[in-house]
Design a protein around this ligand. Structure first.
Ligand code: TRP
Length: 333
């Protein structure tokens, strides 16, 4: 490999990507390959920590890949693979399990959250989820991991495990850094605009899925929660204005226009007009992505070929780290 820094990102094929994920993060990744070596993995092994319908998991895994490509992340410039296609993840995770303490895992907020939401299935995989995630990252000597704030605790534990291992065996792992999306589009829930737009929101009207039909997208925007003031104006930090602020950010983000400039168009006009225009602008942005997605999903062999090629390359890179680890801990190799 050349001397470009390595970015590794993992995405779970559960739920779907939202407009917030796209505008806030994915869109910015299109240009990364100029400066970084980017590796994207569909984390099916993490996904089964919560019960899944097998056929759906399979479908979603390839759909996720298709969606990333449709968003402009070029499979010729980036590595895409499916986690379960590279057994090194499970193998390194086992070793790292032996270097991770129960107490550390018990403190993980996501574990506490998920075990209260899935009280009937608090399985060991859910508990050691962060260890598998650490393996994902450390296998590739990753420099940066683009994540949302909610995943920062997992990056921290990954760094702790890596440092602990390195302290015993020397420099085996690169210590990765979490990379929060650049400020810019912070897209909020359409129903409770002081909360982040999230794919796991129980109310589907709160978020726009990248795979929503165009008329559904328009409807969701038109029924977004606003306020009763009736003035299209951006007021940072004013929670009563959070709905309008959010729609303005979305509009600015999909059109590339400055918020102040957009506001001028709506002097003396109501929210109805404004929402209709936001809906139209978002639909315009999504249409070509959706069309490309539909085209790709229909070509399963193409997607499988990308995964195969990606898994080979991921396997090669990660094997070097795994060999080092096995040697260090005393396995006969
Ligand atoms: N836990 C991450 C999430 O839910 C997904 C993930 C798994 C991941 N392994 C990873 C993200 C490695 C980054 C790097 O979003």
């Amino acid at each position: 490999m050349d001397d470009k820094k390595i970015i590794f990102s993992g995405i779970q094929p559960s739920g779907t990507l939202t407009l917030g994920n796209y505008l806030g993060a994915i869109r910015q990744w299109v240009n990364l390959p100029k400066d970084y070596h980017c590796i994207y993995a569909m984390m099916d092994m993490h996904t089964i920590t919560v019960r899944q319908t097998p056929a759906e998991l399979r479908r979603r895994t390839l759909e996720l890949l298709a969606l990333y490509i449709a968003c402009g992340i070029n499979p010729d410039e980036n590595t895409f693979f499916i986690q379960s296609h590279n057994p090194n993840h499970a193998e390194l995770a086992w070793v790292l399990n032996c270097y991770t303490y129960m107490g550390e895992l018990q403190r993980m907020t996501q574990f506490k959250d998920k075990s209260s939401r899935h009280a009937e299935n608090i399985n060991a995989g859910l508990f050691t989820y962060p260890v598998l995630m650490a393996a994902d990252i450390l296998l590739y000597q990753t420099d940066y991991v683009p994540v949302g704030k909610d995943q920062m605790q997992h990056i921290e534990i990954c760094r702790d495990i890596a440092q602990r291992f390195n302290a015993v065996y020397g420099d085996v792992f690169k210590i990765p850094e979490g990379m929060l999306p650049k400020v810019g589009a912070n897209i909020m829930s359409l129903q409770e605009p002081t909360k982040k737009m999230s794919k796991s929101d129980p109310n589907p009207k709160a978020y726009i899925s990248m795979l929503d039909d165009m008329n559904v997208i328009a409807k969701k925007i038109k029924s977004a929660v606003t306020d009763s003031e009736g003035v299209v104006e951006y007021r940072e930090g004013d929670d009563t204005k959070a709905g309008i602020n959010n729609l303005l950010s979305i509009m600015s983000s999909v059109t590339g226009r400055e918020i102040d400039d957009i506001v001028k168009d709506y002097a003396g006009r109501g929210y109805g007009d404004f929402k209709a225009d936001v809906a139209e602008a978002v639909v315009e942005k999504m249409k070509p992505i959706r069309a490309e997605f539909d085209r790709l999903v229909a070509d399963k062999q193409y997607l499988l070929d990308i995964c195969k090629k990606g898994a080979e390359s991921a396997g090669r890179i990660s094997q070097r780290t795994l060999n080092k680890v096995y040697k260090k801990v005393g396995f006969v190799i």
